[in-house]
Design a binder for this molecule. Structure first.
Ligand code: GTP
Ligand code: MG
Length: 206
C-alpha cells in the first residue's frame, strides 16, 4: 500500500462541487486540533501537503487530495471550535454533514478522536450522528504518544491512551449495529500509519 503520488486537487464548500471522476475516497473528520491534517501528512509522508496549525480552525473547506491517481483523501474542517464565529461553525457543520449524507464515492469516514484525553461529549454526539445515519466509519485515535501525568486533585488525569480508547468504545457501543473498526495512532511516532493505509486498501477492494 505504498504512496507514490499525492496531489492537492481542490477545495470545495458544497458536496456538489467536489471532484466528479468517481474515484473512491476517505474523509478525515474530528474535533478541531485533533490532528486531521497531520494524519493526512503522516499517511502520505509529506510534511506540508495539508496545512496544520497549533491553533484550532485551520482547515475550513472540503479539501481533496488525489493519491496514486486512484483514490482521494479528504481533509475537512473540525467541529467544536468554540472561538470560531457561530455562523461559520454552523456553516461547517452543515456542509460536512451534507457531504457525508450525499457523497456517493465516500467509502468510509475516519472519525479522529484524541486518545490522550477522556472522551468529550461533542465526540460522542458526533459518533452517534454517524451511527444513526449509517455512515460507514472507522475510528482513529490520535496523539497516542501523549501520556498525561496525573496532577493533584485531577479526576481524569493520568489515564493511559489504552484506557481512553476502551472507555470511548464502551460509551459509543449503543450507537452502532456493528462496532466500527478502530486504530491507535500518533503523528509524532507514526504509530498506526501502516495500519491505516492497509485498512484503506482493504476497504477500497471490497
Ligand atoms: P483543524 O484543521 O483546526 O480542525 O485541526 P486539525 O485536526 O487538522 O489538527 P492539525 O493536524 O492542524 O494539528 C493540531 C495540532 O496537534 C498541531 O500542533 C499538531 O502538531 C498536533 N498534533 C497532531 N497530531 C498529533 C499527535 O499524534 N501527537 C501529538 N503529540 N501532537 C499532534
Ligand atoms: Mg486541519
Amino acid at each position: 500500500a505504498q504512496i507514490i503520488q499525492a496531489d492537492f486537487v481542490k477545495s470545495s464548500v458544497r458536496f456538489e462541487d467536489c471532484p466528479s471522476d468517481g474515484l473512491p475516497e476517505f474523509a478525515l473528520v474530528g474535533r478541531s486540533n485533533v490532528g486531521k491534517s497531520s494524519l493526512l501528512n503522516s499517511i502520505v509522508r509529506r510534511k506540508k501537503l495539508a496545512l496544520t496549525s497549533k491553533k484550532p480552525g485551520k482547515t475550513q473547506l472540503i479539501n481533496h487530495f488525489r493519491i496514486n491517481d486512484s483514490w482521494y483523501l479528504v481533509d475537512l474542517p473540525g467541529y467544536g471550535y468554540a472561538s470560531a464565529p457561530q455562523e461559520l461553525r454552523k456553516d461547517w457543520d452543515k456542509f460536512t454533514k451534507d457531504y457525508f449524507l450525499n457523497r456517493s464515492t465516500l467509502v468510509s469516514v475516519f472519525l479522529l478522536i484524541d486518545g490522550s484525553i477522556p472522551a468529550k461529549k461533542i465526540d460522542l454526539e458526533y459518533a452517534r450522528w454517524l451511527g444513526e445515519n449509517q455512515i460507514p466509519m472507522t475510528i482513529i485515535f490520535t496523539k497516542c504518544d501523549k501520556r498525561k501525568k496525573k496532577k493533584n486533585g485531577e479526576k481524569n488525569g493520568g489515564k493511559k491512551p489504552e484506557d481512553n480508547v476502551n472507555d470511548f468504545q464502551e460509551l459509543i457501543r449503543g450507537y452502532f449495529e456493528t462496532v466500527p473498526p478502530w486504530i491507535m495512532t500518533s503523528n509524532v511516532t507514526h504509530e498506526g500509519r501502516d495500519e491505516v493505509l492497509l485498512h484503506m486498501a482493504q476497504l477500497r477492494n471490497y
